[in-house]
Design a binder for this molecule. Structure first.
Ligand SMILES: [Fe+2]
Length: 384
């Protein structure tokens, strides 16, 4: 997160003695990213965070790729992904490359009896259905419909859901997920032309500090395997931290759309960036107001990007029969555009209620076994 945050109690300087009321030392942990070049936080634990008691099961959760070289446009019926009790087991990777996994999940259990840590990837969790609290060792974030939650790699968390009816769209990114650099000044502050500002980004406000010892399971994801590690102290035992590396939330409903006289290109919708893909938010907005404008997009060739659109709500202007929860995949290398009639139909319209999340990846996406279970195989012929 590109601005400073402090929670709980910390000593006046880094790397000095910081003592508990009984005189014992707290245990400092520097928690950094991108070697020592990325964002970092300094946190203070009640117990040493290194006390591994036992390493239990280790098993693969790697996606099963069925189309490594895909040139077919697909529609995926995301709500056909079957709900599953457990949060981690419910996560189904539908599209993947060496930079990211695109995942759908419908977890039913209201909580987990373990903690989870993804050491490979930042996670962007978009809440399509459900509400609850993301609990982390760096504080808690309440979430609801329309929230993006960004969990930087390595942050230990669990999710408490309010109900059993939850739908999540998740992107796991091997590269750090940031807000777009062009919207920040040289100090990192969001500029006036940014479609969101610091007030829209929610930071953890409540810190849980558990002074508990015993057996605590952390399911650690590394290289597409889960390793179950048993720790001797509660992972949420931080009394305070400060820095730039922490989870945060941003509601798609707080994205202020940028509109114009003629059709605005996808970068105006950009919300997050990485070295390997971008994330855009398509939100309700006024249409173009040139007297001869065509609000629907022109045909376009993403010659070097695969385009994934996750439909959240409203009528999508360029598609004829798209429903919430569906994904469209348009692979790099071939043009795509509005469905027959959509181009003409858009003329004269003044606003749209569409709500969607787009992920454009710079490397091609591979289609997985889980995707084929919910795929519309005829979609690629729907422009005839
Ligand atoms: Fe497109």
């Amino acid at each position: 997160m590109p601005f400073y945050h402090k929670l709980g109690n910390i000593p006046p300087k880094r790397h000095i003695q910081f003592r508990k009321p009984n005189g014992e030392l707290y245990y400092e942990q520097l928690f950094g990213t991108v070697g020592f070049d990325g964002m970092y936080s300094n946190m203070y634990h009640v117990h040493r965070p290194t006390q591994v008691k036992e390493i239990k099961r280790q098993y693969s959760v790697a996606p099963k790729v069925v189309k490594p070289n895909n040139m077919q446009s697909y529609r995926l019926y995301g709500f056909d992904v079957a709900p599953e009790k457990d949060y981690l087991e419910s996560r189904k990777i539908v599209l993947t490359n060496t930079d990211c996994h695109i995942t759908l999940a419908s977890p039913q259990n209201k909580t987990q009896d373990y903690f989870y840590k993804n050491t490979d990837s930042d996670e962007m969790i978009f809440i399509h259905k459900g509400s609850g609290t993301l609990r982390t060792l760096l504080g808690n974030l309440d979430f609801k419909y329309g929230d993006y939650i960004v969990v930087p790699r390595g942050i230990i968390y669990k999710i408490d859901f309010d109900t059993e009816d939850n739908r999540l769209f998740i992107v796991e990114s091997r590269r750090p997920i940031y807000t777009p650099k062009r919207y920040r000044n040289w100090f990192g502050q969001l500029l006036e032309h940014s479609p969101f500002c610091e007030r829209d980004l929610r930071r953890p406000e409540k810190l849980e500090t558990h002074d508990e010892t015993g057996e605590f399971i952390i399911k650690v994801k590394k290289r597409d395997e889960i390793i179950e590690m048993v720790y001797a102290s509660h992972p949420f035992d931080v009394v305070g931290y400060d820095g730039y590396n922490y989870p945060y939330a941003f509601s798609i409903h707080d994205f202020e759309p940028i509109t114009g006289r003629i059709h605005q290109p996808p970068p105006v919708h950009q919300t997050f960036e990485t070295d390997a893909f971008v994330v855009c938010s398509f939100v309700p907005r006024l249409y173009d107001y040139h007297p001869l404008s065509i609000p629907a997009p022109y045909n376009h060739s993403n010659i070097d990007s695969d385009e994934v659109l996750y439909y959240v709500d409203g009528d999508f202007m360029s598609r004829n029969d798209v429903k919430p929860g569906q994904i469209s995949l348009h692979p790099a290398g071939i043009p795509h555009g509005p469905h027959p009639g959509a181009y003409e139909r858009s003329i004269g319209k003044t606003e749209t209620k569409e709500l969607a999340v787009m992920v454009d990846t710079f490397k091609p996406l591979m289609v997985t076994e889980e995707a084929m279970k919910i795929a519309d195989e005829k979609y690629y012929q729907s422009w005839l």
